[in-house]
Design a protein around this ligand. Structure first.
Ligand SMILES: *[C@@H]1O[C@H](CO)[C@@H](O)[C@H](O)[C@H]1NC(C)=O
Ligand SMILES: *[C@@H]1O[C@H](CO)[C@@H](O)[C@H](O)[C@H]1NC(C)=O
Ligand SMILES: *[C@@H]1O[C@H](CO)[C@@H](O)[C@H](O)[C@H]1NC(C)=O
Ligand SMILES: *[C@@H]1O[C@H](CO)[C@@H](O)[C@H](O)[C@H]1NC(C)=O
Ligand SMILES: *[C@@H]1O[C@H](CO)[C@@H](O)[C@H](O)[C@H]1NC(C)=O
Ligand SMILES: *[C@@H]1O[C@H](CO)[C@@H](O)[C@H](O)[C@H]1NC(C)=O
Ligand SMILES: *[C@@H]1O[C@H](CO)[C@@H](O)[C@H](O)[C@H]1NC(C)=O
Length: 562
């Protein structure tokens, strides 16, 4: 049905306009919604000291059912708009030539004195002020650059993620809690310029077809392969479709119908590839490795400080963090170990017997992408894997220790999973799998869904998370005591091509949606974003073993609390 989009463009415009009016009318009533009260209020006014995500006007209302027959209910539509508003990103006011775009080499940061003094103590906040410049060395007049910040100390193997506040005038503040005594250095990285983010934003809304999929159909001696996606692009010539919309969740999925075979003969699903005609040569300048993708900024003065111990009596860091607001980090590294502020202190599970003891009597179900598969692989060093002869990427996988009554399972999430080959019989939606679990105190559910969603509009992700959230609520009602662990997105290595399809900017946006949607559900959150940002090892979609070990220690600490 999306193939008819262009024909109906005027109608869609009308619908969009009426949607906008509808939205404006509703802005005032939004304040009274229940899901609203848990989070920050909607920021409609200009305010210089809020996170970039809260800035800017409401996004235009898009009636984006995205090739689905699913109409969001009024509540869902409101939640969509709330979430989309919360991730609004400031856009450059007008297109500019390349030499007026943000240049990390000309940009500088400075550590601000603490209350006028050059003395910092544990428990204080450190602020670094960033001024972005263009390639001609002129200060940038507007915000929207994607910056990340960390405070670290190689000597102490310590690190913490900073919070970046966009002042929308070319300057930014990076804020860090001071959590350890001794040396601390500021590192601020421009991931993308604001002009590059605008390109990514356009690709996400207009070219969700840039990552496509295929399926093999087979019957007897005949076989055919066709293109599949959540939404087939409007320029595909008019051809009949096979509709694989999931009957339980309503998640849409379509393939072009094979010429000879029926829709029932689809035997697998695999990653088709990436479109390459995405950006102009001029836009390509905004995505140059070592020029304007993930380049570290220089400091105009010293880039580090020495933190003195707290003056007054001993105070635990946990206590310290409780005094810090909503946006405080979820933990930090010290002597190479992640210390989480979540309440349960992370223990070290360094020998095989401590891991086995912790997992004894547990059934652990892992669902998601390859970043959860990494966790499964980590645990197979302690729990022997049962060879199901599954494909290497997609699984499913199982590990069993019958002596200690331990069962570990991994299964990949449903489309748009971009693995090499998944058999249709193993292609399942996480929400449906959760509905099959009885749950209870011996059950642990681990989820990670992010990397494969980055090429798609955020609405797609919101819808998927909503189905999973409903299934989790049912599971927790059915089996009280079920432990649910949700893994956030993490930073990854970026070059031009990876940026266009899977930039950290997409991940960050999905991550904010994820956090907001699962707040208050009593799930354990593994903040892979901060755990990769705060660490000194290079960003990788599959974080290195040292970080995985820290994640697993955190999870195991929750699995066996006592
Ligand atoms: C929100 O609720 C308050 C108190 O319940 C009420 O006074 C106010 O009129 C409501 N605002 C809107 C815009 O509905
Ligand atoms: C927001 O900022 C713009 C530009 O700085 C200004 O023109 C406008 O009046 C401000 N709006 C409010 C509500 O303060
Ligand atoms: C969205 O568009 C569909 C048609 O594509 C229409 O039936 C529906 O009423 C629209 N929803 C809203 C809230 O405007
Ligand atoms: C695909 O199937 C679903 C569920 O049966 C249905 O609601 C939807 O309208 C179908 N889509 C199209 C394009 O026919
Ligand atoms: C900046 O780019 C514009 C357009 O490409 C060009 O006309 C101008 O000469 C450039 N300025 C400098 C200082 O390089
Ligand atoms: C940008 O805004 C911040 C916060 O309002 C302010 O402190 C700073 O001076 C401004 N910078 C410029 C160059 O206007
Ligand atoms: C992403 O997009 C680019 C540009 O269109 C394309 O050339 C590239 O192959 C894609 N794939 C990956 C894995 O980055």
């Amino acid at each position: 049905m999306c193939r008819h989009l262009s024909k109906f463009a005027p109608i869609f415009l009308l619908i969009a306009l009426s949607g906008l009016l509808f939205l404006l009318r509703n802005i005032l009533t939004l304040e009274n919604l229940s899901f609203y009260t848990r989070s920050k209020p909607l920021q409609l006014l200009n305010s210089s000291h809020t996170d970039v995500a809260q800035m800017g006007p409401l996004p235009p209302y898009r009636n984006l059912t995205f090739c689905s027959h699913l109409e969001p209910t009024p509540d869902e539509a409101l939640e969509d708009r709330y979430l989309l508003n919360a991730i609004t990103w400031p856009k450059p006011p007008a297109p500019v030539p390349f030499n007026q775009t943000s240049d990390p080499v000309h940009s500088l940061f400075a550590i601000l004195p603490s209350e006028g003094r050059r003395e910092w103590r544990v428990g204080d906040q450190l602020e670094a002020l960033v001024q972005m410049h263009d390639f001609q060395g002129r200060p940038k007049p507007y915000g929207g650059d994607f910056l990340v910040a960390r405070l670290h100390s190689p000597e102490l193997e310590a690190g913490v993620a900073g919070r970046v506040v966009d002042h929308l005038n070319g300057s930014y503040s990076a804020l860090f809690p001071l959590l350890w005594g001794g040396p601390a250095r500021v590192e601020i990285t421009m991931v993308h310029s604001s002009e590059a983010v605008a390109v990514l934003q356009r690709l996400r809304e207009q070219r969700p077809d840039r990552f496509f999929f295929q399926s093999l159909f087979r019957s007897g001696k005949l076989s055919e392969t066709t293109i599949c996606n959540m939404c087939l692009p409007p320029n595909v010539p008019q051809e009949p479709l096979c509709n694989y919309t999931d009957l339980h969740t309503g998640e849409p999925w379509y393939c072009l119908k094979p010429k000879l075979l029926g829709c029932g003969s689809r035997i697998n699903h695999f990653k088709g590839g990436y479109k390459t005609d995405l950006i102009t040569n001029k836009e390509a300048l905004l995505f140059q490795s070592r020029v304007n993708i993930k380049v570290v900024l220089h400091a105009s003065g010293p880039d580090g400080i020495n933190v003195l111990p707290k003056k007054t009596g001993p105070q635990s860091l946990l206590h310290l963090m409780e005094e810090v607001a909503y946006d405080s980090p979820s933990g930090y590294y010290y002597h190479g170990s992640w210390r989480s502020f979540g309440g349960t202190p992370a223990r070290q599970f360094s020998d095989s017997s401590s891991v086995t003891r912790c997992l004894t009597g547990k059934v652990i179900h892992m669902y998601g992408d390859s970043t959860t598969r990494q966790w499964f692989s980590y645990l197979t060093a302690f729990v022997p894997e049962f060879n199901l002869r599954s494909p290497e990427q997609a699984g499913p996988f199982m590990a069993v220790d019958s002596k200690h009554n331990i069962l570990l399972k991994y299964r990949c999430h449903g489309p748009p999973i971009g693995f090499s080959t998944v058999s249709t019989s193993e292609l399942r939606y996480v929400a449906n799998e959760l509905d099959r679990l009885p749950g209870g105190p011996h059950t642990v559910v681990v989820l990670s869904l992010w990397a494969h969603f980055s090429p798609f509009p955020v609405e797609v992700y919101i819808r998927r998370m909503r189905h999973i959230r409903r299934a989790l609520v049912r599971l927790l009602d059915r089996g009280p005591g079920t432990l649910v662990v949700i893994r956030s997105a993490n930073l990854r290595a970026l070059d031009r091509d990876v940026s266009l399809n899977h930039s950290d900017w997409f991940s960050l946006q999905l991550d904010r949606v994820l956090r907001t949607m699962f707040t208050g559900l009593g799930v354990v959150f593994v903040d892979a974003w901060e755990m990769t940002l705060a660490h000194h090892l290079p960003h990788d979609v599959h974080p290195p073993p040292a970080i995985i070990k820290n994640m697993m220690d955190l999870i195991l600490s929750h699995v066996c609390k006592s």
